[in-house]
Design a binder for this molecule. Structure first.
Ligand SMILES: Cc1cc2nc3c(=O)[nH]c(=O)nc-3n(C[C@H](O)[C@H](O)[C@H](O)COP(=O)(O)OP(=O)(O)OC[C@H]3O[C@@H](n4cnc5c(N)ncnc54)[C@H](O)[C@@H]3O)c2cc1C
Length: 241
């Protein structure tokens, strides 16, 4: 739902108030040139969040964009989101100029629960838009004491941040062909990896083309579809998702 008429947006916010929340921007930190962490505070006590759910941010009178929180603390009335500042769309531009203290309108977290706690091994693939999602997934996996690995395909300027923070995950730089470098990395994995992870849950997020590429590789390796969870976050040339 990237765009809806202003009158319908206002109607929904006023008449379905349980689906919307007001949040104050209380902190903005650039983790790298193109990764912006924003903290939102408000009255979130009654709101439940499951890993993989997304909030819908109203970026102007008619447009909405999805973002998946990296940290959600209902008991402390705050949550955080890591935004990829790609500067090709109004969502990205809106976030840059948002001042501290601004109150904005958001949907409550929506979407299905993604994390599969019944699986004891997890593999994650994503790009710069998925670092927040990965952060909240990783917390659940670590709380449950499970095994995990993964590949993040990201822009060069975010390398230092990701390498310092996420030691269990391989990092590759994004090329002009999304997914290409992650696929090369997967192709270099030894047989031992495929033996160890043949019963894992695979979470593929981010760019739709990359997801297709990685999914094809996993299927060729004999990973059944039932073990692969996909969620495209963006498509080249397409507005919102
Ligand atoms: C469930 C879900 C959760 C998401 N969570 C996050 C999140 O936590 N953090 C986050 O940063 N994004 C997240 N996204 C992705 C984000 O909603 C999209 O990137 C969105 O298109 C950004 O809106 P925009 O106005 O900046 O660009 P749009 O107006 O939607 O698109 C304009 C142009 O920019 C291109 N574009 C869009 N995104 C990117 C990108 N990342 N890199 C390069 N080009 C791009 C489009 O292909 C299009 O050509 C999520 C998406 C979904 C569906």
């Amino acid at each position: 739902m990237p765009k809806i008429p202003k009158i319908i947006g206002n109607f929904l916010e006023h008449n379905f108030s349980k689906l919307f929340i007001k949040a104050t921007i209380t902190n903005k930190i650039y983790l790298s040139e193109s990764l912006l962490l924003v903290r939102f505070e408000g009255e979130f006590e009654r709101i439940n969040f499951e890993v993989g759910q997304a909030i819908l941010v109203r970026i102007d009178e008619t447009q909405y964009r999805n973002y998946s929180p990296s940290l959600w603390k209902s008991d402390l009335d705050f949550f955080e989101v890591i935004f990829h500042i790609h500067q090709k769309g109004p969502g990205s531009d809106y976030l840059i100029q948002l001042p501290i203290g601004e109150v904005i309108s958001l949907s409550v977290p929506r979407g299905s629960k993604v994390y599969k706690p019944e699986s004891t091994k997890h593999f994650f693939f994503g790009d710069d838009t998925c670092i927040g999602f990965y952060n909240s997934l990783k917390k659940e996996i670590e709380n449950d004491g499970h095994l995990y690995a993964g590949i993040l395909e990201i822009e060069a300027e975010s390398r230092v941040y990701v390498e310092e923070r996420y030691k269990h995950i391989k990092m590759v730089e994004k090329s002009i062909n999304p997914g290409e470098n992650a696929l090369k990395m997967l192709n270099s994995f030894f047989k031992q990896f495929w033996d160890d992870f043949n019963d894992a849950t695979f979470y593929l997020m981010g760019n739709a083309k990359s997801i297709q590429l990685i999914q094809r590789k996993l299927r060729n390796q004999g990973i059944p579809k039932s073990q692969i969870i996909t969620q495209p976050f963006w498509v080249e040339g397409k507005i919102g998702l």
